[in-house]
Design a protein around this ligand. Structure first.
Ligand code: S3P
Length: 431
């Protein structure tokens, strides 16, 4: 188990780039694998989660060249995947498992998905329920809710209109992927807008869709064409250094080339509401996604209320937001975040436990928390629960604690941000 000691830090200063976007990399690998012809994924995220998706396609017969900077994928076409000879191990990646459930539903073969101890506890019925009604057959642990899960797909699925009870890009994408293998029109309606990378990318690969408010409609049997795609930096990784720069006096940081898709920028709105100096510079578009440089300066923060539509737009950033709240003036009230209980760990419980051990007053409810901000944090020993974003959030909090803290089980950071400690050292001027 990797244990990292983290001491109180001086200001963070300088310019960094963060690793490529995880959600976009997963989708680029999937759509390129299903396309006719060659695709080149430029600046992919080479972290454990996305490599799980890549290996899954390799074992289904897709030819991949991953030697240089880019990943080259020779697509197999919609009907070209082969039955995997072995179990597909999705590791820690919920996106791999749930998106593959959608795709495998439309394959006329048998496959089995599994994952690590965290993923084997995460609900799969949110995707298997709609996919079963399209005609795929799943059998998994706990009456079909948990991995390991066997999937028997069919080559002709039934198109459905699915009204999802949760705003979830994984559910939306799983159903749309299955929709590619239907004769009619598949529709997904969400209760709130989740990240829209799938809707941006599918038309670029040649599969048109219609978007109307919270509904997305896709006609089945549209072939995909291989293409080149460039992945921007991940705002979910940038979040940790944005918060670190805000809380450490004297800090001024520029994070270059970050994806600023409006379905992902809730964190910027929240931190600006808290009084944070966060500027978005040099806006541009890269492969259909908005991209910018983010400039952050240390700022006194104040407590805010976070609820409603902001929640899905910041869903992966709550661990970092909790750290900002712990050091803000006044209370931060967060509600409508019950989804955090089924992430890589129960993130409400993980952050409440971590911050309480630093002397912060945290009130937990089933779907939220109230955090009372304060000026000082106590050092401590934190167990990440195998959750990369908890490990990074507690590391950021530890930069502000009065003494040395320990982050236990810190190896999980490689799930999304293999160079996290190097980025930190470079901003501390010791890299
Ligand atoms: C993701 C969607 C989100 C997010 C996850 C990545 C995706 O999950 O938390 O890290 O790439 O589609 P939900 O769809 O469960 O909200």
């Amino acid at each position: 188990m990797q244990i990292v000691n983290v001491s109180r830090s001086g200001p963070l200063q300088g310019t960094i780039t963060v690793p490529a976007d995880k959600s976009i990399t997963h989708r680029a690998i999937i759509f390129s694998s299903l396309a006719e012809g060659d695709s080149r994924v430029k600046n992919p995220l080479r972290a454990e989660d996305c490599m799980r998706t890549l290996s899954a396609f390799r074992i289904m017969g897709v030819e991949v060249e991953d030697a240089g900077k880019d990943i080259l994928i020779k697509g197999s076409g919609l009907a070209g995947l082969k039955e995997p000879e072995d179990v597909i191990d999705c590791g820690n990646s919920g996106t791999t498992a749930r998106l593959l459930c959608g795709l495998l539903s439309g394959q006329p073969f048998f496959s089995v998905l599994t994952g690590d101890a965290s993923l084997r506890q995460r609900p799969m019925d949110r995707v298997t329920a709609p996919l079963s009604s399209m005609g795929a057959k799943f059998s998994g642990r706990n009456r079909g809710k948990l991995l390991p899960m066997a999937v028997q797909g069919v080559s002709s699925l039934k198109a459905i209109r699915y009204v999802s009870p949760v705003p979830s890009a994984q559910v939306k994408t799983a159903v749309l992927l299955a929709g590619l293998f239907c004769d009619g029109v598949t529709e997904v309606v969400e209760p709130g807008k989740s990240r829209d990378h799938t809707e941006r990318m599918l038309p670029a690969y040649g599969a048109g869709l219609e978007i109307e408010g919270l509904s997305v409609r896709l006609s089945g049997r549209q072939g995909l064409r291989g293409m080149d795609i460039t992945v921007p930096g991940d705002i979910s990784s940038a979040a940790f250094f944005i918060v670190a720069a805000l809380i450490l006096p004297g800090s001024e940081v520029l994070i270059e080339n970050v994806g600023v898709n409006p379905t992902r920028t809730g964190i910027l709105d929240i931190l600006k509401n808290m009084g944070g100096s966060v500027g978005i510079l040099n806006r541009r578009e890269v492969s259909g996604e908005p991209v910018a440089d983010i400039h952050v300066r240390h700022s006194p923060l104040k407590g805010v209320t976070i609820e409603g539509d902001l929640v899905p737009r910041a869903i992966d950033e709550f661990p970092a937001i909790c750290v900002a709240a712990a050091l803000a003036d006044g209370e931060t009230r967060i509600s409508g975040v019950s989804e955090l209980r089924v992430k890589e760990s129960d993130r409400i419980a993980s952050m409440a436990e971590g911050l309480r051990s630093m002397g912060v007053d945290v009130d937990e409810s089933p779907d939220g928390m109230v955090i009372s901000g304060q000026e000082r944090l106590l050092p401590g020993v934190f167990e990440s629960r195998g959750d990369h974003r908890i490990a990074m959030a507690m590391a950021v909090a530890a930069l502000k604690a009065d003494g040395e803290s320990k982050i236990e089980n810190a190896g999980c950071i490689a799930t999304s941000y293999p160079g996290f400690w190097d980025s930190l050292r470079s901003l501390q001027g010791i890299g």
